[in-house]
Design a protein. Structure first.
Lengths: 405, 471
């Protein structure tokens, strides 16, 4: 088994603002993200030899044709990938494998989602895995919150936090996300909030309230990729990034029914992190990572994901949160972009958006200079789709390119 | 001798006070309350509850006939008894029958069951009567109609209550009726119904029974019979020659008039207190009347391990106001949901019937782990196709974790998702019903209950939920 580390580079990226765009359709989102990426890499659509497009919706589009038709790509291979919220990571993985095998030289990885045409908040029928007419408490809309809330209840109970203490702990995560998002021009939610506001917000699924939940929205992100040895042609200054690891872990999905699943860890995230760290050669993620963009569809998702990836010891998130270790300027900035919580979460676009955050930080081009981190070397982009006990997790680790040989 | 070998009953946990109904319509409806089926309950699910209560301590494999009496069946075409049989995990090779269209269905089914056992066509028969009739808002019936169920196991060994004889009368008298297209029941003037119906038909039938069996009314220890309200009920007893202390009043002020189930539930209540040797009159009304003379045997004291009327009566939660009643009984046009509509699949339900109706899980023969839902390959040790079936519907468990969803597609919000570790092994991911949201906590004990999980594809999709242990 060979590692993907440093074989593939990202030489151009684009990301639309995320939000509720009543005046944009999927074609607009795709064209806007791709155009920014083309211009950034200095390519045109004629240079693209193959593409991977990721989105989760089943009723706004089908197949890879949506990408070809939006971008007028002329009869090249386009693969549609879908792995719930791990979809973005899956587009990078497909593209990277296509390049590493030397089947293609220049490819496009694009993720998009148009969630606000559906007529309701939240996600549609969220039942990854086996759909069942009666078991599993119905293929429930809104079920994602209730399912993550199961983990919050258990985490509080296991680590001796009262519901009040637990909610206050999670509230600090949302306050951080909104603070970060408030300074990010492309973020969906740019208002700052207080712990008290979070605590007093309406309950969506106890113990999670409104501000524990991210906003689903519209958006797209795109990357132009090539093999690392060719990257210097596109960016002679060397301001491109390489893929250090690309990992997917798909759980068998029976966690919630297995007596030995504790609901206080994300098993799939643990497994994907293990794959990714091995591929990237990371032994101490807390020290080696400059930032981590973590799947925080709910506040509790971020907390348990950070623990599951070994960035924080299990059961010790409170120490980190209280000390500000995950804030900008802290020991390991988590979701300095604002995360899914504040930047927004168009499912298929989030994986690429997380890589985009690292890409811009690495280049010293973080929008709003107050957000710019120093000495950015390696970053982690994490997404997981499904629900506790039943996830597919994608992790992409990206970083500065190896020195030119 | 043929008779009752076991009894059981069910009363839904929710109660609505007459005061709450009265304050809605600005009128005085007196004291008391009525039992109201939860949004996920109907006559069928309440029937399952009563059957399971009746089966407690009994051998369910011996039952070879099931009669289900109701005037509020979930389906007009589609038998309910067969679903009750499956949920109660009774054998397949048996007779099932719905008895409908008359308040007298429960006692008529009882007669059929006595006859079947007597004739030897069934060794043990189960009779269940259940009703959840929805009265028109602000109608005279609204304060009185309640929901509930009762069940009896009939056999000829270990009999707890002998049947000394019965008398039946059929009448073309019309009092209350409902056409398939009617939302609510209709009835004729109450004075006509009372004077020509209840007051004549029931006493006439009971007198016929006394005469046939040569029994003096004074020999009756307790009488359980149908009546529309307390006053008429008392007058009917007097007309039969009974003293007030011989009459066991139905649960008008605590459960309400449960229709088909009323007289059977009253009988259960009598049997809970009966002494060996007691002669019990059981009479029921509707399109004529049925009357039975019963006598308790020494076994009556041995089958008191039921929740019955007494247990269920004590376990209750008050609906806070009329609005919650309107909500759970679906008495209004509601806002159109903007969310994707729900669907079901009958082939899936049919394929998995053993896992859905009697809730069979699997126990891996390699690693002994109990698991649900159905797997081909063990979720613990990955051994293929090496399972024993194990029934989980009679398991209790404790809540491992839970959440309360305020926005789910569910009538009673929040929808309580609960992960339950079953006693003896296995984890059941489920919805918690009949719960007080202020009292839910990790570690609380729960039990299984058969409910309407969802309505999808035009069907009632029944499945098991959990509830805090009732009593």
């Amino acid at each position: 088994m060979e590692s993907l580390k440093d074989k593939v580079a990202i030489v151009g990226m684009g990301c639309t603002p995320f939000g509720e765009f009543w005046d944009k359709d999927p074609v607009d989102l795709i064209v806007d993200a791709a155009t920014e990426a083309y211009e950034d890499a200095g390519v045109t659509s004629k240079d693209i030899q193959a593409a991977w497009v990721g989105y989760t919706s089943q009723d706004t589009a089908m197949t890879g044709i949506i990408l070809a038709s939006a971008l007028q790509l002329q009869f090249i291979p386009v693969t549609r990938v879908e792995n719930a919220c791990g979809t973005g990571a899956e587009t990078f993985r497909g593209a990277a494998l296509g390049l590493a095998s030397k089947t293609y030289d220049v490819v496009l990885a694009l993720g998009w989602e148009k969630m606000k045409d559906a007529g309701f908040g939240g996600i549609g029928q969220a039942y990854p895995g086996k759909w069942h007419p009666v078991y599993g408490a119905a293929p429930e809309v809104g079920g994602a919150v209730a399912r993550y809330a199961l983990a919050a209840t258990k985490y509080f109970s296991r680590y001796g936090l009262s519901p009040e203490e637990g909610k206050r702990l999670l509230a600090q995560i949302s306050v951080k996300s909104h603070y970060n998002g408030s300074r990010n021009p492309k973020a969906m939610l740019r208002n700052r909030i207080t712990v008290e506001q979070v605590m007093n917000a309406p309950i969506i699924a106890w113990p999670l309230g409104l501000f524990d939940c991210c906003g689903v929205c519209d958006g797209a992100s795109a990357a132009i990729m090539c093999r690392t040895e060719d990257a210097w042609h596109f960016r002679p200054n060397g301001d491109f990034i390489t893929i250090k690891a690309s990992a997917i872990a798909c759980g068998p999905g029976w966690g919630k029914e297995r007596m030995n699943y504790e609901y206080t860890t994300w098993e799939e995230t643990e497994a994907a992190a293990k794959q990714a760290y091995a591929m990237a050669g990371i032994t101490n993620p807390r020290k080696e990572l400059s930032l981590a963009e973590v799947h925080d569809c709910f506040s509790v998702a971020e907390m348990i994901a950070v623990e599951s990836m070994g960035i924080c010891e299990k059961g010790h998130a409170k120490d980190d949160i209280d000390s500000g270790a995950w804030e900008q300027g802290g020991e390991i900035p988590i979701n300095v972009s604002g995360g899914l919580k504040a930047f927004g979460h168009p499912a298929g676009a989030s994986g690429g958006r997380e890589v985009y955050e690292f890409y811009k930080q690495f280049q010293g081009k973080a929008e709003d200079s107050s957000r710019q981190l120093k000495d950015v070397k390696m970053g982690l982009a994490h997404n997981q789709g499904g629900h506790p006990g039943n996830f597919v997790c994608g992790i992409t680790i990206i970083g500065e390119p190896p020195s030119r040989s | 001798m043929v008779g009752i070998v076991s009894y059981g009953a069910y009363i839904p946990i929710y109660r609505l006070s007459r005061e709450a109904i009265g304050s809605m319509w600005m009128k005085s409806l007196g004291k008391g309350e009525k039992a109201v089926a939860n949004a996920d309950e109907d006559s069928l699910t309440m029937g399952v509850e009563a059957v399971l209560d009746c089966l407690n301590g009994m051998d369910r494999t011996k039952v070879d006939a099931l009669y289900f009496a109701t005037d509020s069946p979930p389906y007009v075409e589609k038998q309910s008894a067969s679903i009750i049989r499956a949920a109660a995990d009774l054998r397949e090779d048996m007779l099932t029958m719905d008895v409908a269209h008359s308040l007298r269905g429960g006692s008529t089914a009882l007669k059929a069951a006595f006859d079947a056992v007597k004739a030897g066509s069934a060794s043990t028969a189960m009779v269940v009567a259940s009703d959840s009739r929805v009265p028109a808002p602000n109608s005279d019936l609204e304060a009185s109609l309640g929901d509930g169920a009762a069940a009896f196991m009939i056999g000829d060994t270990d009999v707890a209550v002998n049947v000394l004889g019965s008398y039946h009368l059929s009448s073309e008298f019309i009092d209350v009726w409902k056409k398939p297209s009617d939302t609510y029941m209709q009835s004729w003037e109450d004075r006509f119904v009372r004077d020509e119906g209840y007051m004549k038909v029931v006493p006439q039938t009971v007198m016929g029974l006394f005469k046939k069996l040569e029994i003096d009314p004074k020999e009756v220890a307790k009488a359980a019979f149908y009546g529309p309200d307390a006053r008429t009920h008392a007058a009917m007893g007097k007309a039969m020659g009974l003293n007030p202390d011989q009459i066991h009043a139905p649960l008008f002020d605590s459960v309400g008039n449960t229709g088909t189930a009323q007289a059977p539930m009253t009988l259960v209540s009598v049997l809970e207190q009966a002494k060996p040797g007691d002669k019990i009159l059981f009479a029921n009304y509707g399109d004529g009347a049925d009357a039975f003379m019963l006598q308790a045997t020494d076994n009556i004291t041995k089958i008191r391990n039921k929740r019955g009327i007494k247990g269920h009566l004590a376990s209750k939660m008050m609906l806070p106001n009329y609005g919650k009643y309107v909500e759970i009984r679906d008495l209004m046009e509601w806002e159109q949901g903007r969310r994707p509509s729900r669907r079901s699949s009958l082939p899936v339900i049919w394929r998995e019937r053993q896992h859905l109706f009697p809730l069979y899980g699997q126990k891996c023969k390699t690693c002994n782990s109990i698991q649900y839902p159905k797997q081909r390959i063990c979720m613990y040790c990955q051994t293929k196709d090496n399972f024993d079936l194990i029934r989980l519907s009679d398991k209790t468990g404790s809540v491992f974790t839970f959440s309360m969803d305020q926005r789910a597609m569910e009538v009673v919000l929040p929808k309580v998702f609960s992960v339950v570790n079953l006693d003896g092994g296995g984890r059941f991911y489920s919805v918690m019903t009949d719960r007080d949201t202020t009292k839910i906590e990790v570690g609380m004990k729960v039990e299984m209950t058969f409910r309407i999980q969802l309505e999808g594809s035009g069907l009632y999709n029944y499945f098991w939920r959990v509830r805090p242990i009732r009593c």
